[in-house]
Design a protein around this ligand. Structure first.
Ligand code: PMP
Length: 413
């Protein structure tokens, strides 16, 4: 069997915290390798959401009764916890969103929509998720801005940074994913944000794939904005965080209008609430915030350094095991990759691989993973992705490799 199983025995013991992992799918024990799409949830998170609904359920902020106080304290406590989780200077720099997608749309509408002018440039990379591409296309069409891209080189899937300084010079905004959900590439966001900001651009980091997998410190990274989703880091769906530097948040338009985001309303006009409430119109996902706080506590009790070391070891092991399969084409860096492996298995369609793996209880994902332009650039229509989290084991990687070999044999008969 395996390389590092003993070294990560403490994490493998955590599997019992995740009820959804304890089931059979199609007659086999579930092997859940679709964590880049969404992670499973530990009992601590599920129970916190349930506890909120059973004891504290009330709307936040305006109430004076006991339950409303508890809901407000918990909700604002989660904001403070999120600030601490990512090293923000103050909780006012934390905006609750529905997830990464909404966070980026918020910046596009409320910051870029106000500050960008016709002819202004936005710099992205070729490996962005559609969530960090389409909002900029919509915004660019609206204000007459232009979008340029940092290229990705070869199957290794690294950014070509040779012309970066020239490209970013004069750009108003640079937005980049921390970890590629399609390739597993870990981008040097600290260096890129420093170079972008030195050139006068505002820097946004898409941390959807990194927030629950690695230590994250917005002041160390030096970004202006950073967005992530709760559901990819052991938290509930429907809740996410947008971090924004206060100075920028103060100079932004509201994102949506409605209750909660105002200080006073007249028939003719209104005045906005201070940040961050200016950006949180309507009743927020209160139970989600409670659950997200429980997820952050859960991850930090293990240690994000430890989770990262495990993810990396597992991905490296998977890359080596899968590379032994005849005819497989692996995408993304061979070493130093995040906890996922993407590949094309000969000429077998990705959906066939995923469907056959599902028949024996292995959950994979096949398709373009919301990175169609990147797939076109790599010359593939779709790929299969196995993505790991803290509870995945080296034995599961062995099982994946065995099943992929069987699928390959089946198709080459
Ligand atoms: N960016 C990246 C890199 C992602 O992997 C994802 C989710 N696949 C998103 C953005 C979008 O996240 P959400 O759907 O939670 O808004």
């Amino acid at each position: 069997m395996t390389g590092g199983a003993e070294a990560f025995a403490d994490l493998e013991a955590r599997r019992g915290d995740f009820p959804a992992l304890d089931q059979e799918v199609n007659g086999n024990r579930l092997v859940y390798l679709d964590n880049a799409a969404t992670s499973q949830k530990p009992r601590a998170v599920i129970e916190e959401v349930r506890r909120f609904y059973e004891r504290d359920n009330s709307n936040v902020h305006r109430g004076v009764h006991e339950l409303s106080n508890r809901a407000t304290l918990g909700f604002e406590g989660a904001r403070r916890r999120a600030a601490e989780f990512i090293g923000a200077a103050t909780p006012e720099e934390i905006i609750f969103t529905r997830g990464t997608t909404e966070g980026i749309n918020l910046v596009a509408a409320a910051w870029a929509g106000r500050h960008l002018r016709p002819g202004d440039r936005i710099l992205l990379t070729e490996m962005e998720h559609h969530s960090n591409l389409v909002p900029w296309q919509i915004l660019a069409a609206r204000v007459g801005a232009e979008i340029e891209f940092v290229p990705v080189v070869g199957d290794e899937g690294l950014l070509d940074l040779s012309g970066f300084d020239a490209r970013v010079r004069g750009a108003r905004l640079f937005a980049c994913t921390h970890i590629s959900n399609a390739l597993g590439t870990i981008n040097p966001v600290k260096e890129l944000c420093a170079r972008a900001r030195a050139a006068g651009a505002v820097a946004l980091v898409d941390a959807a794939q990194s927030a629950g997998h690695a230590p994250l410190d917005v002041r160390e990274i030096g970004c202006d904005f950073l967005a992530f989703s709760g559901h990819k880091m052991a938290g509930p769906t429907g809740i996410g965080i947008l971090y924004g530097r206060r100075e920028l948040l103060e100079k932004m338009d509201p994102y949506q209008g409605g209750g909660e985001m105002i200080s006073s309303v007249h028939f003719e006009h209104s005045a906005w609430a201070p940040v961050p409430h200016k950006f949180e119109a309507g009743t927020p996902d209160i139970s989600g915030a409670f659950g997200l706080r429980a997820a952050m506590d859960y991850l930090d009790a293990i240690g994000r350094e430890r989770i990262m070391a495990h993810d990396l070891a597992l991905a490296e092991y998977a890359y080596a095991r899968l590379a032994e399969i005849p005819g497989i084409r692996l995408l993304g860096p061979a070493r130093g990759r995040a906890g996922l492996v993407s590949f094309v298995l000969g000429d077998i369609h990705a959906h066939d691989v995923v469907m056959l793996a599902d028949r024996v209880g292995i959950a994979l994902r096949g398709g373009h993973h919301c990175t169609q332009p990147l797939h076109r650039r790599l010359g593939v229509e779709s790929t299969v992705r196995a993505s790991f989290y803290l509870y995945n084991t080296f034995a599961e990687v062995d099982r994946l490799a065995d099943v992929l070999r069987e699928i390959r044999r089946y198709f080459s008969r």
